[in-house]
Design a protein around this ligand. Sequence first.
Ligand code: ADP
Ligand code: MG
Length: 505
Amino acid sequence: MATYEPVIGLEIHAELKTKTKMFCASKNNPDEMHPNVNICPICTGQPGTLPVINKEAVNHVIKVGLALESKISEITKWDRKNYFYPDLPKGYQISQYDEPICLGGKLKIPGFDKEIRITRVHLEEDTGRLIHFGHVGHSLIDFNRAGVPLMELVTEPDLHSGEEASAFAQELQLILRYLGVSDANMEKGQMRVEANISIRPVGSEKLGVKVEVKNLNSFKVVRDAIDYEIKRQSELLDDGKKVTQETRGWSEDKEQTFSQRVKEESHDYRYFPEPDLPPLRINFSIIEGIKAAMPELPSQKRTRFKNKYGLQDDQTNILVNNEQLANYFENVVSEFMNWDKEGLDKDSLLVQGLDSKPHLLEKEKQLLINLAANYILSDLLGFLNEASATADDIRIDAENFAEWCGLLHRNIITSRAGKDVLKEMWATGKDPSQVIREKNLVQIEDIGEVEKIAEKIIKENQAAVSDYKKGKTASLQFLVGQMMKETRGRANPEIVADILKKLLK
Ligand code: ADP
Ligand code: MG
């Protein structure tokens, strides 16, 4: 059996998030439930109407191009792609053929240490949606989606496995979301992946005959369909047969690709320049403006999280993939940093546990950051998943979560008690010291027992005792802290202080 190298290029469409459609003032609302309400004479292709270019959509594509380090064209133009299908009322789609908005560029796939070259990114319009009623022999059509701005990105044939292609699509989705240009939800059809797949003998430079697989509607399907196709093509060549250039679909049930049609060539579409739209000049100042407003990109965030917080790769990846949770984590970390400057809330049990100075030592900061990351990515994420909520729904404010981390870190509560406290905080949004007091997780009610522990602490901390007797009141705070530690936070600090004072008289 010969060994083959798989070669894959992707074509990815994404519906852009804009107020209005690509060439008219109809609303672009992917969540509209009623059919044919966001329509007008332009997006339903009535004779005599004229398109107007949506600036927001153009800016979105420029943003994508800048994120991918593409060359933004000074002049870009529009073309008609002609074909007949009932979801395309004009009989042509306005697209961009030979002068797209973005040329070239690259995208690095995380985890693969590999850069994939981008061929181009252009802008076009989406079609309507056909709803088939096979059992009664007719179809209905909804034009709400007709004319919605659609971005198409084409890659060079630089990918070599289903896994890589799927990772590429995931990273692109993340970028589109970070940029705020598309929700890019694959299940909702907001992002659609087509994979071009061929194989060639290892060592050969010449590309093999490619097959295009359409309608890949999840990352798993992207991976599975490509891997299936690689295997199918390898078996054909092994048997001395040839791969036919064609368009194939993916059958969810059979987990196989199947032939749909022999692939059309671009000359079949009779592309010609759109006579109703002038070419568009993209000003340098527009590009500079968009550049200045670019958000942090996923790859930049990954590097920053690793370097600044010392997180592990898998922790970094979960946070970078969940922007809201990453923000929450950073808010918690900034609370740790504030402890230095502002000290702590006087009511916090943490103050009691921190001898007299509530400052964080440098080495404690890293421990706290690790602790926060661990609990955010296990317990907190568990709560979120259970409730199908997002990080924006977290009722525990960052200050309280940070305090809770401190209580655990300084052993004021056990991690067992800590979990109960966190659960209560999740449910009520209360601060941890309050929960601990309310739940009597601290209180040792028996004064005799507290006295016994106090005697032990006094015996073990003679230096602090003599400091206190010399008038250093801070030493009392230290002894209270030792008591809180000894009781795992289950004693009332005021009572503890009173008992210590009494015993030290
Ligand atoms: P078409 O005209 O059939 O659409 P293009 O040249 O526009 O083909 O390429 C479409 C996509 O297919 C691109 O992502 C490109 O990288 C990829 N591609 C082109 N040739 C091959 C091949 N032989 N094997 C795998 N992918 C290919
Ligand atoms: Mg193509």
